[in-house]
Design a protein around this ligand. Structure first.
Ligand code: MIC
Ligand code: SF4
Length: 748
């Protein structure tokens, strides 16, 4: 499917790469090769890392059902007849996990009928491929079908970088970005800096690709990758399977990285071959020099990367991260002691494997090996054990090769090929709000409330094989890798390190593909949006900027600490309103900690003094009075997902300005796209000075200019005022978005 795209791309790469070598006066890293080959105009583009805005032409767009709704609603406002680049929609997020694969899928098809019909009809009309519910999780399906070395894909999901496992730049974006690219515009992104990760040695025993990224999360932290591309290289890279590389790149999203990528190698060839793309593999082999960094980069990497990290795979231990954040990392050998010391509840209430991050054949076969050892010792899973396969192919291969049976014998439940518990679409039978319990998964995120909707739950992340061992022992206070446990007969035994196969010897089994091709011509076809729908609402353009400064706006919320998009716009039960801006906006900030409230998600209407209200209630009151408001945030504000609802809801409810200590990349762009002024404190200490009753003015907006700080005046209740400076990264074009009221308005 990507053969033609790859052919065209590889034909033009040598010329632009040669030009770039000349212009930069040096060899190029892999990421640079891909970037320059996708430049909208290489000649006129400036190429300054960390400064220039790149205008790129992606080869593809991928969207998942929860974000595709807004992406398509916005795309439709551009009045185009067809998507300008090959695009696909994947139905994966809206399936609730409760009764097991078959029943869950049937229910999903019924309860999400309106949304699926909308997406299917829009896909059909606009030339977009449609993957039905049950076909698989977007990133796995992209890896199996669309990813190709050297390509550039954008996806409306932050874990799009999974495609880096096949040597492409795969980047997560908000729906507005996707809508614009489908409308034929170039895609803009800050020229990322480069982190080079040199891998040496070889993984062995318990240690798996997941541990590479868990370790790096601890080392680099959740903002260490912001506006950077993580490029892996070195002899160790070639020892990791393509799907293992996918896992590492996927979870690079947890570093805040723009994306992550591995150089083309034999492991990718093997994966392309086994997924029926031998022609593509051969083409890539013939063009290998375009798909890896230049040789001089390896000789002195420090000259080419802004930062270098060395990881010796041979000495790496299995890791466990969490709770509440993916960068709280320690080797598994230290977990039990830390759990005791910090008082984490050690009884594991659930163990979950699979997801878009970790459901490769390698992951599943290694986990099954652990499960078999447990069964042999007469044990069953102590904690509920749930398995989320990434795609139909994975599911049927697991079934054919007996892994499903093994997991089920252990007491596990196999869920549908979808996100399920990873995105809070999970009815955890024993979950009690307000009670702190521990769970462990092989997913990639563990923000509070994410899986079971309970903010107190402590969620830990580890490799699928380690999670399987935890499922059997059910105890975080016990190290299943290094300690002995008792079998059913009372005899002690130790798990042998997991063994598995990277790829199925018999090839992948095929299931029902679930792909629906678009109509040859969309003319005359209609997009189904029932006027009375509770799930879908056509968008009304946001009002244009009235040309006036923002004077004395009330503070809606000042968030404290981590404010991820899961805090700003929680998922789980709210996913069903992803196509209905008015309804979903009631979830705004429900998970966020407000400095001025003891209860998350609650605050005070400072115009009336009434407290204990949700942020949406307060903002709706202000909006009704024609009053805008300001949000103040902490570090790395908007970390996590690409969901633009975290920007659209505030915009819809009249938030005009968000001032933070720093932003995560996708969310900052999403705010700008929706016409919100995204500012950062020039002096982060000024965050402390903002008080609940302050009124905030942002002035000089008519002379808003790139690189020019903005003046913010904070009016105190005692009549005094203080002036603080705020920075921004707004470009000339983004100023036009602000003035037009949104990027989309600026298009029309
Ligand atoms: C996630 O993992 O948080 C999600 C759900 O896949 C999101 C997208 C969404 O909110 O729909 C993401 O990662 O971008
Ligand atoms: Fe789905 Fe979870 Fe992957 Fe996001 S991280 S795409 S919710 S499986």
């Amino acid at each position: 499917m990507s053969m033609d795209l790859a052919k065209q791309l590889y034909a033009k790469m040598p010329e632009v790469i040669a030009k770039a070598r000349k212009k930069f006066g040096r060899g190029l890293t892999l990421a640079e090769k891909v970037l320059v080959s996708h430049a909208d105009n290489f000649e006129t583009q400036t190429w300054e890392r960390g400064k220039a805005i790149l205008a790129l032409r992606p080869d593809r767009v991928a969207m998942q059902d929860a974000t595709a709704q807004m992406a398509m609603l916005q795309f439709m406002q551009a009045n185009k007849s067809q998507a300008a680049v090959p695009s696909t929609i994947h139905c994966d997020h809206l399936i609730r996990a409760e009764m097991g694969s078959e029943k869950d899928l049937l229910r999903a098809v019924d309860e999400n009928k309106e949304v699926y019909n909308f997406l299917a009809s829009a896909a059909k009309k606009y030339g977009i491929g449609f993957w039905k519910p049950g076909a698989g999780i977007i990133h796995q399906v992209v890896l199996e079908n669309y990813a190709f070395p050297g390509g550039l894909i954008i996806g409306t999901d932050s874990h799009t970088p999974n495609g880096g496992g096949l040597g492409m730049l795969a980047i997560g974006v908000g729906g507005a970005d996707a809508g614009e690219v489908m409308a034929g515009l170039p895609w803009e992104v800050l020229h990322p800096k480069l982190i080079g990760i040199r891998l040496t040695g070889k993984l062995s025993g318990w240690t798996s690709p997941k541990d590479v990224i868990l370790y790096l999360c601890g080392l680099l932290t959740v903002k260490g990758g912001t506006n950077k591309i993580v490029e892996y290289f070195g002899p160790g890279a070639e020892t990791i399977s393509a799907t293992g590389k996918g896992t590492i790149c996927n979870m690079g999203a947890e570093l805040g990285a723009t994306t992550s990528v591995f150089p083309f190698d034999q492991k990718m060839v093997a994966y392309l071959n086994i997924t029926d793309r031998a022609d593509l593999a051969n083409l890539a082999i013939a063009n290998k020099s375009l798909l890896v960094a230049d040789p001089e980069v390896f000789q002195s990497p420090e000259k080419y990367y802004d930062q270098i990290v060395e990881v010796d795979l041979s000495t790496l231990e299995p890791y466990v991260v969490g709770p509440h954040t993916p960068d709280l990392a320690r080797p598994i050998s230290k977990m039990a002691a830390e759990a005791k010391e910090k008082g984490y509840p050690v009884e594991l209430k659930a163990a979950l494997i699979g997801s878009c991050t970790n459901s490769s054949y390698e992951d599943i076969s290694r986990s099954a090996h652990i499960a078999q050892q447990g069964l042999k010792a007469g044990l069953k899973a102590k904690a509920p054990f749930l398995v989320s396969p990434g795609s139909e192919r994975i599911y049927h291969t697991m079934k054919r090769d007996g892994f499903l049976e093994t997991f089920e014998k252990l007491g596990g439940t196999v869920l549908s090929n979808s996100c399920g518990p990873c995105i809070g679409q999970w009815k955890r039978a024993d979950g009690v709000k307000g009670k702190a319990d521990s769970i462990v998964s092989s997913f990639n995120r563990n923000f509070p409330g994410r899986n079971d909707g309970i903010n107190e739950t402590l969620s830990f992340l580890a490799s699928p094989e380690v999670v399987t061992a935890y499922a059997i022992t059910g105890d975080l206070g016990f190290d299943p890798v290094n300690q002995k446990l008792k079998g059913a007969d009372g005899k002690e035994f130790k798990f042998q390190p997991p063994q598995g196969e990277e790829l199925p010897a018999k090839g992948f089994a095929k299931g029902e593909e679930g792909f629906v091709a678009p109509a040859a011509s969309g003319e005359g076809l209609t997009v189904e949006v029932p006027p009375t729908s509770e799930r879908l609402q056509l968008l009304q353009p946001f009002p244009r900027w009235d040309g006036k400064d923002f004077e004395k706006l009330p503070l809606l919320i000042k968030t404290k600490g981590k404010t991820t998009t899961d805090h700003i716009s929680p998922a789980g039960p709210w996913l069903k309103f992803r196509g209905h801006l008015d309804k979903i906006s009631d979830n705004m900030f429900l998970g966020a900690n407000n400095v001025f409230s003891s209860e998350p998600g609650k605050g005070t209407d400072v115009l009336t003094g009434e407290s204990g209200l949700t942020m949406a209630q307060i903002a709706r009151r202000y909006k009704a009075k024609g009053v805008g408001s300001v949000v103040v945030g902490d570090e790395n504000y908007g970390e996590g997902s690409s969901r633009e609802h975290a920007a659209m809801s505030p915009r819809f409810l009249n938030v005009r300005v968000v001032i933070t200590k720093s932003f995560a990349r996708i969310h900052e762009t999403n705010l700008k796209k929706q016409g919100i002024l995204a500012l950062t404190f020039a002096d982060p200490k000024d965050y402390e000075k903002i008080e609940q009753q302050d009124r905030i003015s942002v002035t000089g907006l008519s002379s808003l200019a790139p690189g020019k700080p903005v003046q913010v005046t904070v009016h105190k209740t005692d009549g005094t005022a203080l002036t603080i400076q705020a920075n921004h990264s707004i470009t000339e074009q983004q100023i036009a978005w602000f003035k037009a009221g949104s990027a989309l308005n600026a298009l029309n």
